[in-house]
Write a protein that binds this ligand. Structure first.
Ligand SMILES: Nc1ncnc2c1ncn2[C@@H]1O[C@H](COP(=O)(O)OP(=O)(O)OP(=O)(O)O)[C@@H](O)[C@H]1O
Length: 635
């Protein structure tokens, strides 16, 4: 049986809605600039303040240089000029302090606003994308986008653009001033920078770029091997393959070492030459050598050397900024692109004028569905689920049972045909309406990192404690909850962990409390001990009343208690009728249970029984049981 969160459809191309949506995603994808446009003015103000602060910071240096030249020049000192220079230097320093304080303050506040806005947009979008899309994301992938990637915009917003601009503007102003002092020494001071820039193309040759790509690929292989190693460690150890798995990781790291050596060897010479050229001793050596020559033989006044000694070192800033500044920008840009890709996922289309279901009869009409092109999993299913009845779905492993039941809460839409609720196509229903009508309990339950009571009341947040307890009793989990450290207030995943079976019964309690007229179950008793199983089954069979229940039955007892049994094989219904009729017919249903295939399914479910329920942080959980909860997401 596939698990809820592991169901990862990639959708058939035959008119299956996510495929169409993927296309529209291409056209509707917001640009990176578009994401930041609402903050354009504040962002421009931060950059302007940063540049103004950096330029003003040059004033004290220029003042000292100018003061030195004035005081060291032969002849009487011009007091007025000295006072002006000192005042200009002091004013520059003050302005520098004001601008950098303001840019830092506004920049960080803006950063907070941008990150909040991006996270809100992501949360809103993730609340509206098809559950099937969410289910096929790799663990941690979305957490990375919402967490790390949003965080990675920080340097872009608060630091880098202003710093990069300053790194070019400030040396440019210094250069203009130095030219007015002595253009010959200015050229000599610039020589190390010009030489360093001339070396840059050597770092961008096709060979170097290939080595960089090889390095990134080798790094990716290490990450893959590490993930594989860690995720599979229990299984691998059990079957004595730890050495083999470890070898794969070692091979990846050895490969990386080799590739990295090649990469470093290719760059080392050029990088070392650049660092030497831009280092302060080398720049000072050039200034002093050139300056001495000009003073002795070129008629340059000795005092004019001072500005070059003070400002010359700053001329190397742009080249240094090219390194880390552009790295930060590239990282932020890539993070923004990943954010943009998530924001471009089309939400489940909402009808402009939603249909209103009349009753809760469920009907599947000519339903076809495939996860991949050319491989249909459901191949023309016609099925009616009448209110007040329980329909048991049985069939061999891989026949499409899980896929079929997931169409009811609209994890994904059928490629062909339609699923109707109360006569209305699910695609024409408001998602809140659907949420209020259908709840589901599948096998791999994710509970929230929240109290037991909150987990049960997920779909009915204001439920009275008595109602929560009643639902827990009906799901036969109340006694277990009382054994937890703080009963219904115990925070799952922090104060206590539940077994897979217990988690499933919490989810059943959640669905019972939601009290939706349609309930879809992937036999919720699969993880329980025989006594609890019997009790839960009684609850399920007593649910009838006016409810429409569809249950994937792994046990003969469950199927026998149903009003209708539907046998699925290779994505088609091959038999249907009351359990007694089917047993008398001695057809597929009888053969299925007699052939021992039921036992296979049982073994499969038992194997999962040892698992501990997964707990998901509250904010990112695609609810596995939904009722009005989905409507909540949309709000
Ligand atoms: N996320 C997915 N991506 C691609 N194929 C899938 C996915 N989930 C299921 N399938 C395929 O769809 C087919 C039907 O799977 P499904 O889980 O619906 O069968 P099932 O009858 O519920 O089986 P079981 O009883 O073993 O869970 C299988 O061939 C399976 O490989």
């Amino acid at each position: 049986m596939t698990t809820t969160s592991a169901t990862t459809p990639t959708q058939s191309s035959q008119s299956s809605q996510p495929s169409q949506s993927d296309q529209s995603a291409q056209s509707a994808r917001p640009s990176v600039a578009g994401l930041l446009r609402p903050f354009g003015r504040s962002f421009a103000a931060v950059v302007a303040l940063q540049v103004a602060g950096a330029v003003a910071g040059l004033a004290p240096l220029l003042a000292v240089a100018e003061l030195g030249r004035t005081l060291l020049s032969p002849g009487p000192v011009d007091d007025g000029h000295v006072r002006t220079v000192v005042a200009a230097g002091a004013a520059g320093l003050l302005l520098h302090l004001l601008c950098t304080t303001a840019s830092s303050g506004i920049g960080h506040l803006l950063d907070g606003r941008v990150q909040l806005a991006l996270r809100r947009q992501l949360a809103a979008r993730l609340g509206r994308v098809p559950i099937g899309w969410l289910a096929r994301r790799r663990t941690g992938e979305l957490a990375k986008v919402v967490g790390d990637d949003v965080g990675a915009v920080h340097p872009f917003i608060a630091h880098t653009p202003g710093e990069l601009t300053s790194a070019f503007v400030v040396p440019l102003i210094s250069l203009v001033y130095l030219c007015t002092v002595d253009w010959r020494l200015t050229l000599i001071t610039l020589a190390p920078v010009i030489l360093a820039v001339a070396l840059v193309p050597l770092m961008l040759t096709p060979a170097r770029q290939r080595e960089e790509r090889d390095r990134d690929a080798a790094m990716g292989r290490i990450a893959d091997a590490a993930v594989e190693f860690v995720q599979g460690i229990a299984v691998v150890k059990t079957f004595g393959g730890a050495g083999r798995a470890h070898r794969a990781f070692r091979t990846a790291t050895d490969e990386f070492t080799e590739v990295f050596h090649r990469f470093v060897r290719g760059l080392a010479g050029t990088a070392a030459a650049m660092q030497t050229l831009l280092s302060p001793p080398f720049v000072l050596l050039a200034v002093l050598t050139g300056g001495t020559a000009l003073i002795t033989g070129g008629g340059m006044p000795p005092a004019d050397l001072l500005p070059f000694l003070l400002l010359g070192l700053g001329l190397t800033a742009p080249v240094a900024a090219l390194g880390h500044g552009f790295d930060d920008m590239r990282a932020a840009h890539q993070a923004l692109r990943r954010i943009r890709d998530v924001l471009a996922v089309p939400p489940l289309p909402q009808p402009a004028r939603p249909a209103v279901p009349r009753g809760h009869r469920v009907e599947l009409r000519g339903v076809r569905f495939g996860y991949e092109d050319g491989h249909e999993v459901l191949r023309g299913v016609d099925l009616v689920l009448e209110p007040g009845t329980i329909t048991a779905l049985v069939g061999p492993s891989g026949s499409g049972k899980s896929t079929l039941v997931r169409l009811l809460p609209r994890f994904f839409d059928p490629g062909h045909g339609s699923v109707l609720l109360g006569g209305a196509d699910l695609r024409d229903l408001d998602s809140r309406e659907l949420g209020r009508a259908v709840s589901f309990v599948f096998q791999d339950m994710r509970l929230l990192r929240a109290s037991v009571a909150e987990n049960i009341a997920l779909a009915v947040p204001h439920a009275a404690p008595g109602d929560v307890e009643r639902a827990a009793r009906a799901a036969h989990i109340h006694d277990r909850i009382l054994q937890l450290p703080r009963g219904y207030d115990t925070v799952l995943g922090e104060e206590a962990a539940l077994s897979g079976g217990e988690a499933q019964r919490i989810a059943l309690a959640r669905a019972l409390l939601a009290d939706t007229p349609v309930l879809v179950l992937d036999e919720a008793t699969a993880f329980a001990d025989p006594r609890t199983e019997l009790a839960v089954r009684r609850t399920l069979t007593s649910l009838g009343e006016d409810r429409t229940v569809l249950v994937i039955a792994h046990r003969l007892e469950t199927a026998r208690a149903a009003d209708t049994v539907v046998v699925l094989r290779d994505g088609r219904i091959v038999e249907r009728g009351t359990p007694d009729e089917l047993l008398v017919e001695q057809g597929e249903f009888t053969a299925l249970w007699q052939s021992g295939r039921a036992g296979e399914v049982r073994t499969g479910t038992t194997a999962r029984a040892g698992r501990t329920a997964r707990t998901t942080p509250r904010a990112t959980t695609p609810g596995t049981t939904h009722g009005p909860a989905r409507g909540e997401d949309d709000r």
